[in-house]
Ligand binder design. Structure first.
Ligand SMILES: [Zn+2]
Length: 236
């Protein structure tokens, strides 16, 4: 069976809407709409984080032509712009939030997070303070990954099973802490991992930016060839 049968593009969005000029990867409303329309037209199956975890649990290959959609940071636009469009297309998604940033200017509020959670969006954790975990002292790691999980669970009234590493940063002791905290899977960036196969505590994502306005680039990222290109360019 071709290894491409096993390729699952996990899209990693940050902000959807207009750029605030702050280096946060941003996809315009129009590009986002076009990307969702493309997935629908090409009959992609959009997996929820739970379906993804189930595939890993069962050791099953990803369903053909599948994709997953995630958002980091919990910007207000995830609620105002992305969420209504995802619902219209019937696509599941996951948003990773940082409790210390919820309700700050530009970020979704707890009531918006709860509304999304009750309406099918999977809510995940993005640490307590958006910290780069490999350099966090061990005694503070509990707050970043355990206390943050507890606060989100208390606010949304649902178990939190997924985490994404700020800036994709993790190490083996971070992964051990994530596992001990009871998470079912963890998401990183598209950094190249020396680990072959699937590491459920380092699921790689494809960063989507406004460069992906170019439909061919978006298509290439979904196909797995982009990933192959990165590996050829920078073999690990
Ligand atoms: Zn982040």
């Amino acid at each position: 069976m071709s290894r491409w049968r096993y390729y699952l593009p996990i899209l990693g969005y940050h902000r959807v809407g207009s750029s605030k000029g702050d280096h946060v990867p941003t996809v315009s409303e129009e590009s986002f709409e076009r990307q969702l329309a493309f997935l629908a037209r090409e009959q992609y199956r959009v997996l929820s984080a739970e379906e993804l975890a189930t595939c890993i649990d069962q050791g099953a290959p990803w369903p053909r032509r599948s994709v997953a959609i995630t958002f980091d940071d919990g910007y207000e636009e995830t609620y105002t712009i992305a969420w209504p469009r995802l619902k219209r297309f019937g696509f599941p998604a996951t948003v990773f939030i940082t409790p210390s940033e919820v309700g700050l200017q530009g970020f979704a509020t707890w009531s918006q997070v709860c509304e999304m959670g009750q309406d099918g969006m999977v809510i995940g954790c993005h640490t307590m303070h958006h910290s780069y975990l490999p350099t966090v002292p061990r005694e503070r790691l509990q707050e970043e990954v355990v206390e943050s999980k507890r606060i989100i669970e208390q606010q949304v009234g649902q178990p939190i099973r997924f985490i994404s590493y700020p800036v994709g940063g993790f190490s083996s002791h971070v992964q051990a802490a994530i596992r001990a905290a009871g998470y079912g899977a963890a998401f990183t960036t598209n950094r190249l991992s020396p680990v072959r196969g699937i590491d459920r505590f380092a699921l790689r994502r494809i960063k989507v930016t406004d460069r992906d306005r170019n439909p061919w680039l978006f298509r290439a990222k979904l196909s797995g060839y982009y990933d192959l290109f990165r590996q050829l360019k920078d073999p690990s």
